[in-house]
Design a protein around this ligand. Structure first.
Ligand SMILES: *Cc1c(COP(=O)(O)O)cnc(C)c1O
Length: 372
């Protein structure tokens, strides 16, 4: 039998040229935000076809600043999906506003646009659609509701750099789009994030807020706001910028791996993800649902003993302790789809460093469990 080492859920593919690129920065001695950050911003803005990209220290900082720059605070309500990474709702709490949860669609795991309007009140200021697992939300309804009720749209595209609905890139249709370069995403800076916008004034405010509230006028420094230090370092920017040069190949390879999963798991009881027509999924997570007769948590443990790292997909946020204690929402009644995805969802390994044969190995184990 072929010897295998443990297949983790995710490992970033850091190649020698990525390391060289970081080394170059280290040797230059210019470690904080500088030329590399600027290059990263320019290249991502050009790729997405947006006017401004602002690199920040992580994807949660991007969402936080997006809310602050939009003037959202105490007394305001912000609509968020019930299923996401907790950061999406945490930032709403952090600015003193109230997250209003909306259930997801089971097919896409994204916010159900049809359920948004009934949650809009006179206090609603913004919607944060999350392009979960690398699949863009159905934005048309969300954008038209935003227009009708004058709401700000902050796209949480942390998982979805490169994802498309039709010709539109995820993160580019709202007022602001937020991205993350955490190692669980397709390309990584270790920690890192980036905000995009087409609004000049918003971009300027964001640049000031990320850097202690400093504005430069005629080469002179002025402190015009109580800002943050949410800067990305050039070390981080160099790392992700180097990977970005092969981003198209990374996405294409992930498509290939996803098609292996579809092929291998087609005839099992596992519920496979679906991609609506004209959507480009980037497979940040290949998220399946385990059938009713299998215990998802036991399956995670079992897969580990077989040398495969798998994990649950995302939180049903209102069901997590902080939110349950604060809002006491009955999730089974209000967010059945998000709860189900949280309890039955399973993310399979899918990344650059995996081979076809690794994937088939994962599928063989899954097939045995589903049938046994
Ligand atoms: C990863 C992620 C974040 C947070 O990004 P960080 O860079 O880890 O702070 C926010 N929202 C979603 C949907 C994510 O997947």
């Amino acid at each position: 039998m072929e010897e295998r080492t443990f297949i983790p859920l995710m490992i970033p593919d850091i190649q020698q040229k990525d390391i060289d690129s970081v080394t170059e920065v280290l040797q230059s001695g210019m470690l904080i935000q500088g030329k590399k950050v600027e290059m990263l911003e320019q290249q991502i803005a050009a790729y997405l076809g947006v006017k401004h990209a602002i690199a920040l220290s992580n994807g949660t900082a991007t969402l936080h600043l997006a809310l602050l720059v939009s003037g959202i605070g105490p007394g305001d309500e912000v609509i968020v999906p019930a299923l996401s990474y907790v950061a999406t709702a945490n930032v709403v709490e952090l600015v003193g506003a109230t997250p209003v949860f909306v259930d997801i669609e089971t097919e896409t795991f994204n916010i159900n646009p049809e359920l948004i309007e009934e949650k809009i009140t006179s206090k609603t200021k913004a919607i944060i659609p999350v392009h979960e697992f690398g699949l863009a939300c159905r934005m048309e309804t969300i954008l038209s509701l935003a227009k009708k009720y004058k709401l700000i749209v902050i796209e949480d595209a942390a998982c979805a750099l490169g994802a498309k609905s039709g010709n539109a890139f995820a993160g580019t249709q709202g007022d602001l789009g937020s991205f993350s370069f955490h190692p669980r995403k397709a390309i990584t800076s270790g920690e890192g994030g980036l905000l995009v916008t087409n609004n000049d004034e918003t971009a300027q405010k964001l640049r000031v807020l990320r850097n202690h509230g400093i504005e430069y006028r005629d080469g002179k420094m002025d402190f015009v706001a109580a800002g943050f230090n949410y800067r990305m370092t050039d070390i981080q920017a160099a790392l992700v910028l180097s990977q970005f040069q092969r981003f198209e190949q990374i996405l294409a390879y992930k498509q290939t791996l996803a098609s292996v999963y579809f092929e291998e798991l087609r005839d099992t009881d596992f519920i496979l993800p679906s991609v609506p027509e004209k959507y480009l999924h980037t497979w940040q997570s290949f998220h399946i649902l385990v059938p009713d007769h299998l215990d998802r948590d036991l399956l995670i443990d079992y897969m580990k003993t077989k040398g495969v790292g798998v994990n649950l997909g995302a939180q049903c946020i209102p069901n997590e302790t902080f939110y349950q204690q604060k809002y006491k929402l009955n999730c089974a009644e209000l967010f059945p789809n998000a709860l189900k995805a949280n309890q039955k969802g399973l993310v399979l390994p899918l990344y650059e460093r995996l081979s076809d044969s690794d994937l088939k190995h994962v599928c063989d184990i899954l097939k045995q469990t589903a049938n046994g």
